[in-house]
Write a protein of this length. Structure first.
Length: 202
């Protein structure tokens, strides 16, 4: 089973995943490949940092299920890693940008794992709180922080768009979303417990 966490920068995705890895039996990460360097706050095994040349080579070989650009770096998830995560009896976790979520669900459906992926979206607490976390807690330059906030500004709106109507036929006219939504009231423990409750749901 694969659980994905999505949300703007600084909503706590990495912190929540680190805690899940410690407290959920058998939990592992779905590894992503990236052209950026490693960061100190990352969970072990969260990213495979590779050169731009190696990334381009894998992309030409159609090894990625998808790729995405964020900031100045490129990200991609290998099809082989994704298949292992979807087939695993242990929970796997990944932080994924919202533009990739429909592609993930489509891939899982084609591969016969439609019911083995659940997506969680942590809503933005507001620009001021995000800016404080990025500049004070992470010590990032204000210009860098503002660029990240601007890049993520439309994510909440995108997340609340329902899935295509064709996928709603069994549910009548009730909107069907990709995500389980979690509010960010500036309390990391509260967010974690909300995510954990969903992960443990049958």
């Amino acid at each position: 089973m694969l659980f994905t966490l999505t949300g703007p920068s600084a909503v706590g995705k990495t912190s929540i995943m680190k805690r899940l890895l410690k407290e959920v039996l058998g939990a592992q990460l779905l590894r992503s490949s990236t052209t950026r360097g490693p960061r100190g706050n990352e969970a072990e095994g969260e990213y495979l940092c590779i050169s731009q040349a190696e990334f381009d080579s894998k992309e030409r070989a159609d090894a990625f299920a998808w790729t995405a650009d964020f900031g100045s770096a490129r990200y991609g998830t290998l099809k082989s890693d994704l298949r292992l995560a979807l087939a695993s009896d242990n929970p796997r976790f990944a932080a994924i940008v919202p533009s990739i979520i429909p592609k993930l669900h489509a891939f899982a459906s084609i591969e016969g794992f439609a019911t083995r992926v659940r997506s969680i979206y942590i809503k933005s607490p507001g620009r001021d709180i995000l800016l404080r976390r990025l500049t004070v807690d992470r010590d990032e330059p204000k210009t860098v922080a503002m660029n990240k906030i601007e890049e993520c500004a439309s994510w909440d709106r995108v997340a609340f768009n329902p899935r295509p109507r064709l996928e709603n036929e069994a549910y009548g006219w009730r909107p069907l979303y990709y995500y389980y939504f979690v509010s960010d009231r500036d309390d990391l423990d509260e967010k974690y417990l909300s995510v954990l409750k969903y992960v443990r749901r049958p």
